[in-house]
Design a binder for this molecule. Structure first.
Ligand SMILES: C[S@@+](CC[C@H](N)C(=O)[O-])C[C@H]1O[C@@H](n2cnc3c(N)ncnc32)[C@H](O)[C@@H]1O
Length: 272
């Protein structure tokens, strides 16, 4: 039964994850509250350090069984808790990469007692060594000038020269500003460029991505744009409506457009 697919449930992920059968999703993209006190219209980012880390462990243990055997997980963190969370995850999965998302924050004074922090720390973990990974889908093509500069005979016919290069583990992508067309009303909305790279690399076409903390719904929008299925959770009903709008805007003629549940769901059904 796949009535959980292509749906956003407006409820606590910790409870809602029981809706999804085990070993049913190809990829988890998790962008949980950072533990920095941000305002998501609820208290989800107001836990103290111990409670926050305990909660991280709880939802990770509820989410990981949903992954297929060759599935993987990307998790957005900041330097404050990435050390503890990486240690916790390394007890459960194989760490593949630490990706630095350089948010391209403009230089404007900044901190005076330390270096200004302008990046997210993203962990990429796999359930097993034969995890799905399609590098060709995310190669970055060379521009003509660079390609010419690498045209010495030893490089002729090199696949990477023809198809493009590996995006490496430092991703320099601007955070979203008002002038960006995709910008929605959410304090920590992620750029589609980042989420789509994760999806194309780590979720096969027609596969399913789970995002326990949908926020403005970037993962759902990216999944729809890339021909993947999604499922996710979000606590704030206003954000759930925002997700519905973003999905509807993708294809106004698509009557099969994803169903978004905006009702608060108090309990999880025993059967799925
Ligand atoms: C960092 S934001 C996600 C942003 C999202 N990646 C985007 O691009 O818009 C975290 C979101 O998780 C939601 N949230 C916090 N605790 C939650 C929980 N237990 N279950 C479901 N959603 C939760 C918050 O309301 C917030 O919108």
């Amino acid at each position: 039964m796949t009535d959980w697919r292509d749906r956003i449930f407006c409820e606590d992920a910790l409870a809602g994850l029981a809706r999804i059968p085990d070993a049913a999703v190809d990829l988890i993209i998790a962008d949980p509250p950072y533990g920095l006190g941000k305002d998501y219209g609820n208290d989800s980012d107001k836990m103290d350090a111990d409670a926050y880390l305990e909660w991280m462990e709880q939802w990770v243990d509820a989410a990981l069984p949903k992954l297929k055997a060759n599935g993987s997980l990307y998790i957005f963190l900041t330097w404050r808790y990435s050390p503890e969370v990486f240690v916790m995850l390394k007890k459960r999965m194989t760490m593949v990469n630490e990706i630095i998302w350089d948010r391209r924050v403009p230089s404007m004074g900044g901190s005076t007692r330390r270096f200004s922090s302008v990046h997210d720390t993203v962990g990429f973990f796999a359930k097993a060594k034969d995890y799905y990974f399609d590098l060709d889908a995310i190669r970055i093509p060379y521009d003509a000038v660079t390609k010419k500069a690498r045209s010495r005979s030893i490089f002729v016919g090199a696949k990477w020269l023809e198809l493009g290069y590996n995006p490496k583990d430092v991703w320099s992508v601007s955070r979203l500003h008002r002038e960006h067309k995709e910008r929605a009303d959410h304090p920590t909305q992620k750029p589609l460029e980042i989420i789509e790279r994760m999806l194309k690399a780590s979720c096969p076409p027609d596969g399913v991505v789970l995002d326990p903390f949908m926020g403005s719904g970037t993962t759902a929008v990216a999944a729809k744009r890339c021909g993947r299925h999604f499922v996710g959770f979000e606590l704030n009903t206003e954000y759930c409506e925002l997700i519905a709008q973003r999905l509807a805007a993708l294809d106004v003629n698509d009557v099969e457009a994803a169903t978004v549940l905006v009702d608060q769901v108090k309990s999880v059904p025993e059967e799925i």
